[in-house]
Write a protein that binds this ligand. Structure first.
Ligand code: MEV
Length: 311
């Protein structure tokens, strides 16, 4: 019996704009994890994927068509990449990552499952191969993903990411403390990404200006994070990023309220994180304000909050 895992992710700046070629900054969030336990199964029992939490039991065969179930599809991608038949194996899923929470739950589960299966087949996938396969599953989940979620989750490192280019590491001048919150509302990234695409197609001049502003702000945020100079300015950039995401129609009254509550209680800045309209949000804070800001966000309706340090 072996256990394989992958973390959740948090986008600090640049979501949605990253789909259009602008940069984004993201970090793994290891408090939330997907885990897969691989156990040999009796001869001829084949490959099963089970999830005790949801009473799910799936049987994986090497079908030729694309599976509409993302877990079966993820397993099939590994079998095809390694040209192996399904082994006699049980893959048991565990995850404390909220689904539809903007934390990259789908990519984390895929990454942990593919790690487990490739290792059981005696050919553990390296980062690059795993990243490419998880991206294929992301396409099933999200339609036109930029690739940022799978990249930050597979490499388990903070990244400055531009679609189609190698992810870049960046320095953190002064350790940053974030309060990460689950808004309690689950939302579909596929839907928000395709809604933004529809708006963009309808009025390209207007929406590409907003997307360009998000790009500029993300570049400025990287400089500030690296210099460690001004948390106040970094927080302001988060607030502006949130407003621009609202202009892309991916915020919600609930997310706006949660961000406002964090700011009122002394956060440097707050913004939604990920696909939006629900899901998660982040606030940049002084560590000694964590309790009071967390309480304010919960009073405003957040389901859960966690601390995240970036250094
Ligand atoms: C989702 O975590 C981030 C988005 O920018 C979509 C993507 O980059 O694929 C909204």
């Amino acid at each position: 019996m072996n256990t394989y895992s992958a973390p959740a992710k948090v986008i600090l700046f640049g979501e949605h704009a990253v789909v259009y070629g602008e940069p984004a900054i993201a970090a793994p969030f290891n408090t939330l994890q997907a885990q897969v336990i691989a156990t040999p199964a009796p001869p001829d029992s084949g490959l099963s994927i089970i999830s005790p939490a949801s009473s799910l039991r799936l049987h994986v065969t090497l079908a030729n068509d694309t599976a509409d179930n993302a877990l079966i599809y993820a397993a099939q991608l590994v079998l095809k990449a390694l040209t192996k038949p399904p082994p006699d194996l049980t893959l048991e899923l565990h995850s404390n990552i909220p689904i539809g929470g903007g934390f990259g739950s789908g990519a984390a589960v895929s990454a942990a499952l593919m790690r487990a299966l490739s290792a059981a087949l005696g050919e553990p996938l390296d980062g690059e191969a795993l990243n490419a396969l998880v991206y294929q599953v992301e396409k099933l989940h999200h339609g036109t993903p930029s690739g940022i979620d799978n990249t930050v989750i597979v490499y388990n490192q903070p990244v400055y990411f531009v679609r189609g280019t190698a992810p870049q590491r960046f320095q953190v001048g002064t350790p940053l403390t974030f309060l990460v919150a689950d808004s309690g509302v689950s939302a579909s990234t596929r839907e928000t990404v395709s809604d933004v695409r529809r708006l963009y197609t309808r009025d390209q001049a207007h929406y590409s200006a907003i997307i360009g502003e998000i790009g500029n702000l993300t570049r400025a945020a990287r400089t500030l994070i690296e210099s460690g100079e001004s948390l106040t300015e970094l927080g302001e950039l988060m607030n502006t990023n949130h407003s621009l995401l609202r202009a892309l129609t991916v915020s919600s009254a609930h997310l706006d309220r949660l961000c406002a509550a964090a700011r009122r209680q002394g956060a440097y800045g707050a913004k939604l994180s990920g696909g939006g309209r629900g899901g998660s949000l982040i606030a940049l804070i002084e560590p000694d304000l964590a309790q009071s800001i967390s309480a304010a966000m919960r009073d405003a309706g957040a389901a859960q909050t966690w601390l995240m340090r970036l250094e």
